[in-house]
Design a protein around this ligand. Structure first.
Ligand code: SF4
Length: 159
C-alpha cells in the first residue's frame, strides 16, 4: 500500500532541514489530495498553513483600490466623467465570472490615497527604507528582495 501523502511530505520536510535549499515542492495532478495532505501536515506538525496567493492578493488589494481611486479621481477632475464603481479584472482566472471584481468608489478613499502616496514619497525622499514589521513569511518567500532583506537581517531563514 502506498505511503499516505501527508506522511511523505512530513518525511521530506525532515530531510530538507539538513539541506541548504529547504524548499519542499508538492506537485500532483488535480484531485490527488494535495490540499487535504497539507491540512493534515499542518494539524500534525502545528506548522503554519498559509495560502500565499490569498495573502498576497489581500495585501495588494488595498494598494490596488487606492490606485483605482486615484485614477477615478483624475477621471472626474480632468474629464468630468462620473465614476460610480471600480472594476478589477484578475487575468489569471480562467472563468470570466471569477475574474471580475467590483468595488464601490468612495471619493474620500481618493483623498486617503493621495495622503498615502504623499507620505510614501516623503519617506522615499527621506531614505526611510527600514522594514519595521516584515509580513507573513509566505509573502517574503515570493518577494524578489528577500536575499537583500535576509542579508540585512530584516528576515531570517532560508528558501
Ligand atoms: S522580503 Fe523584505 S521587502 Fe520582501 S516582503 Fe519580505 S520584508 Fe518586504
Amino acid at each position: 500500500m502506498a505511503e499516505p501523502l501527508a506522511d511523505r511530505v512530513i518525511k521530506r520536510i525532515g530531510q530538507a532541514a539538513e539541506l541548504y535549499h529547504r524548499l519542499v515542492v508538492l506537485v500532483a495532478p488535480a484531485g490527488a489530495g494535495k490540499t487535504a495532505a497539507l491540512q493534515d501536515v499542518h494539524e500534525r506538525t502545528a506548522a503554519p498553513l498559509i495560502n500565499v496567493n490569498l495573502e498576497l492578493s489581500l495585501a495588494l488589494l488595498d494598494l490596488t483600490e487606492r490606485q483605482l481611486c486615484t485614477y477615478a479621481h483624475i477621471l472626474e477632475r480632468r474629464h468630468r466623467r462620473h465614476v460610480d464603481r471600480l472594476m478589477l479584472y484578475w487575468t489569471s482566472e480562467p472563468r470570466k465570472q471569477d475574474a471580475l471584481m467590483v468595488l464601490p468608489y468612495d471619493p474620500k478613499r481618493a483623498e486617503e490615497a493621495g495622503r498615502y502616496f504623499d507620505e510614501t514619497v516623503r519617506r522615499i525622499q527621506a531614505r526611510e527604507f527600514a522594514v519595521a514589521t516584515p509580513p507573513e513569511p509566505g509573502i517574503c518567500m515570493e518577494c524578489d528582495l528577500r536575499m537583500l532583506c535576509r542579508s540585512e537581517g530584516i528576515i531570517t531563514g532560508a528558501d
